[in-house]
Design a protein around this ligand. Structure first.
Ligand SMILES: Cc1ncc(COP(=O)(O)OP(=O)(O)O)c(N)n1
Ligand SMILES: Cc1nc(C(=O)O)sc1CCOP(=O)(O)O
Length: 452
């Protein structure tokens, strides 16, 4: 090898965003480009307006001459094989008309996010330009209005799912192929987005996330849908993936600025980027547990030690020991390697604990009996306990219910005791903010048990 190599060319579907610039980075062109890249596209842009904006509001806005906008669209469409377009802040009648003319010539999907007013209440579209949207809608593969925007387009504000369906039908009657009427501005514990198309209606529902940090969520959703359409996904799949992406971006928002924060467009990329490091941290933990011989702390069923990615949501995001650590004649047998998804019990316990203590990143299960209980007293650890008899029939899983029992009231235990049941070995679980801490505690417990 001479140290050089020929890089393999990568081909990503090109997506064009026609939108305004948000100096605050959470919405507009900035949100779109981050989202397009994060969802698998190559992002290009045509800037309609430059806003001086942050998390508290829009201080001023400068609309570019439409000739400059047209020149940007042409520069992109002349050179690139644009597979999808999305529109965002269009600011004035002239801009809406210019965009309408240009997208009418394109044969790719067009997602129209009819941006009118920012969440801070600042106008991003002149009132006079609202009626110009009718012609643009006629070129839209999908329009993505929120309830307020649907009210402007249809004349009445949808307040529930049935009214959202009716609003979607009206938007289709105006010429759009489909409408996704978003439920974020409608009341309720769940957010329900309604996709209306000629082929039928579909509902996408997810629990409302308790945060004001939704700045940029509309831009993010429409850019994600456009990118999935550019990749060839059918409309319903593109919407489903877009909604999932946006939900995670809101759930793990950035606390930036003095106003409500902004959505986290790169959450999945960041999570993926650290998977190897998380797996290695579990491997290091296994090496230490074997070297220090924690066999006195290993239960009959074996011990798992697990670590979560920063935005873990399922057991597939938790690295763990395949086959668990077990007791062997010579000490600790190290299982069959580290794999994401290799733990069920400890992983589910950690995931549920993180709903209350998001800083917890690692856990392990440990032997529990009278000897361990007296060792705990000497160790002076903060210990919690759950009682399996108190588990309601309606609980989905013991691990999830148990972690909620322990952590919901703000407790901060090192170890959690489960005294077991008929056919169920008593167990202790150790949780901490890192696998290193879990390992240190397991070693401490094993040493204490060995001394007796
Ligand atoms: C330049 C710019 N474009 C669009 C918006 C609106 O963003 P959106 O995600 O629709 O909603 P809010 O961020 O306003 O809640 C914007 N603010 N700036
Ligand atoms: C079988 C079992 N039950 C546990 C409990 O805490 O109730 S811990 C445990 C062993 C670890 O399981 P996994 O590899 O699925 O994480």
């Amino acid at each position: 090898m001479d140290g050089t190599r020929t890089p393999a060319p990568t081909e990503k579907p090109v997506v064009l965003t026609i939108a305004g610039s948000d100096s605050g980075g959470g919405a507009g062109i900035q949100a779109d480009l981050k989202t397009i890249e994060a969802t698998g596209g190559f992002g290009t842009s045509a800037v309609t307006a430059v806003t001086a904006q942050n998390t508290t509001g829009v201080a001023s806005s400068h609309v570019l001459p439409v000739e400059e906008l047209a020149a940007q669209i042409e520069a992109v469409t002349d050179d690139f094989d644009v597979r999808a377009v999305k529109t965002g802040m269009l600011a004035t009648t002239e801009v809406v008309e210019t965009v309408t003319q240009r997208v009418a010539d394109l044969s790719c999907p067009v997602v129209v996010d009819p941006v009118m007013v920012a969440a801070t209440g600042d106008r991003l579209l002149t009132e006079a330009a609202e009626s110009a949207y009718e012609d643009l809608l006629a070129a839209a593969t999908l329009a993505t209005p929120n309830a307020d925007e649907a009210a402007v387009l249809t004349g009445s504000e949808p307040e529930d799912e049935a009214e959202a369906r009716a609003a979607g039908q009206e938007i289709i009657a105006l010429g759009a192929d489909a409408a996704l009427v978003k439920g974020g501005h409608m009341p309720g514990d769940a957010v329900t987005d309604v996709l209306v198309a000629d082929s039928g209606t579909e509902v996408f529902s997810h629990p409302r996330i308790d945060t004001d940090a939704t700045h940029g969520s509309g831009c993010t959703l429409s850019a994600a849908i456009a990118t999935h359409l550019a990749s060839g996904a059918p409309l319903s799949t593109a919407v489903e993936r877009g909604v999932d992406f946006m939900e995670r971006a809101v759930r793990y928002h950035h606390s930036v600025g003095s106003g409500p924060g902004a959505v986290h467009h790169l959450v999945d990329l960041r999570d993926d980027a650290v998977r190897d490091t998380v797996a290695e941290s579990v491997q290091d933990a296994v090496d230490r547990l074997v070297a220090e011989d924690v066999s006195p702390a290993i239960p009959q069923v074996g011990m798992n030690v697990v670590a979560a990615t920063p935005y873990a949501e399922t057991t597939a995001d938790i690295a763990a020991v395949e086959g668990r650590l077990t007791r062997a004649v010579s000490g600790v047998a190290r299982g069959r390697g580290v794999r994401f998804g290799a733990s069920s019990h400890v992983a589910r316990f950690l995931l549920a604990a993180r709903e209350h203590r998001p800083d917890l990143a690692a856990a392990a299960n440990c032997r529990f009996d009278a000897t361990v209980e007296s060792a705990l007293e000497r160790l002076d650890w903060t210990v919690a306990e759950y009682d399996r008899d108190a588990e309601p029939e309606s609980a989905e899983s013991t691990m999830q219910w148990a972690a909620t029992e322990v952590f919901a009231d703000g407790a901060d235990p090192v170890a959690i005791i489960d005294r077991g049941d008929v056919g169920k070995e008593p167990m202790m679980k150790i949780v901490a903010t890192s696998p290193e801490t879990v390992v240190s505690q397991l070693i401490e417990a094993a040493d204490e048990l060995r001394e007796r």
